[in-house]
Design a protein around this ligand. Structure first.
Ligand SMILES: [Zn+2]
Length: 400
């Protein structure tokens, strides 16, 4: 089965919100849910029963007594690997299984050769998710098995969320004109995966996954947020009114080909020159340093040079930070978020972060930056698979 789109965010007190309140610990009983949602106890009970019947909520023993019968406590089933997640990067992929509260049960980082093409790369990653789900000690994963034909029956998984480091048309799960992904253009990720695994497959771009993962874990109380993913490539994900904002086709937040002031303007993989990605991405820094005769082969080498205080690398990092700040200033003035957070491997690069921050303050309206939080994404390497899992969890709850 292929999933095009999860239904729109439920109204206040909808099943998704009830589940989220329990998952985050905001509610432990029907009474809590009734109070938080403003819904009548009978409506809450009805919805809770439905969630319990679907295996999305469970009742665990008894809560504190206030004299009468002790209330039963609600919980999201934990400890079982019920959602699969893949966060594909240019050179590595993080794969994992998570429970229905979005907690990582198992996570693993695997080297990836993106140039091997989508069938080989995704086939291997799907097999890895199935293997994790079937790992010993996981009572919920007994339905996962690989057949002799290589197809996988992930019966116990509720779905698999997949992040792709390139533009994804949200309605189809198809990749459209990605940079640095030869052989992937036009590939229908959702259809390919749906043909191999008979659970819902939800595909999005990696920056959206990072935005969702970071927002749900660090900023769920904030309604408007922008998350920049700065690694080999560069992109952003937007949370608007508490929801991931994809726009009409799924390209919202894609800042990679916005033009920045750069002299000379380096050529970009899209055919234009002076794009943010050609100036400020990890791949751009590697190219620029090589052009200066510095023998680096990858982003790890660039970050090591910056950490060592190499003047060429540090200057380029500052220039990258300014370029990101220029584009972000437009975004912040236009969108007025409460928080801008930067993640990805370049987020640990101090000179880049400092010049991005300075440019933002210099170029933004005072009203836009007065209370603006500018942060690092703190969730670490699992932020992408956490976002992927939340995509699936939202879908599962909305579909029930
Ligand atoms: Zn470009």
């Amino acid at each position: 089965m292929t999933i095009d789109d999860a239904p729109r965010e439920a109204l206040r007190g909808g099943p998704r919100e009830l589940l989220r309140w329990v998952a985050t610990g905001a509610a432990v009983s029907r009474a809590d849910l009734s109070r938080l949602s403003g819904l009548s106890p009978s409506t809450v009970s009805q919805r809770v029963e439905a969630l319990i019947n679907q295996g999305l909520l469970e009742e665990t023993g008894a809560g504190r007594s206030r004299g009468g019968r002790r209330p039963r406590q609600l919980a999201v089933p934990t400890g079982g690997a019920v959602v699969g997640a893949i966060d594909l990067g240019a050179h590595h992929a993080r794969v994992g299984t998570l429970d229905l509260s979005g907690r990582v049960v198992q996570g693993r980082t695997l080297p990836v050769r993106i140039e091997d093409g989508p069938e080989q790369v995704l086939g291997a990653l799907l097999a890895e998710v199935a293997a994790l789900a079937a790992a010993p000690g996981d009572p919920t994963a007994s339905g996962v098995a690989s057949s002799a034909t290589g197809s996988t029956t992930a019966g116990a998984l509720r779905g698999i969320g997949i992040g792709i480091p390139g533009p994804v048309q949200h309605s189809t799960g198809r990749i459209v004109s990605p940079s640095r992904m030869p052989g992937w253009n036009g590939f229908d990720v959702a259809a390919f995966c749906a043909g191999r695994v008979d659970v819902p497959i939800i595909v999005d771009n990696d920056a959206n996954l990072m935005a969702l993962g970071a927002h749900r874990t660090a900023h769920s109380e904030l309604d408007h947020a922008v998350y920049i993913k700065a690694g080999t490539g560069i992109g952003s994900g937007v949370i608007s009114s508490g929801r991931l904002h994809r726009g009409a086709q799924g390209s919202a937040g894609d800042i990679s080909h916005c033009r920045v002031v750069a002299d000379p303007a380096p050529p970009c993989s899209c055919g234009n020159a002076g794009c943010l990605e050609a100036v400020a991405s990890g791949a751009a820094l590697v190219t620029a340093l090589r052009d200066q005769g510095v023998p680096v082969t990858d982003l790890t080498g660039v970050i090591r040079l910056i950490d060592d205080g190499d003047r060429h690398a540090t200057a380029l990092a500052r220039q990258a930070g300014r370029a990101i700040g220029e584009i972000l200033a437009v975004v912040v003035n236009f969108f007025n978020p409460q928080v801008v957070a930067i993640g990805g491997r370049l987020a640990d690069c101090e000179p880049l972060l400092a010049s991005m921050r300075a440019t933002l303050y210099e170029r933004c309206l005072p009203l836009a930056t007065q209370t603006l939080l500018i942060e690092r994404v703190a969730t670490g390497q699992d932020v992408g698979i956490t976002g992927a899992a939340h995509l699936v969890i939202d879908h599962v709850v909305a579909a029930n």
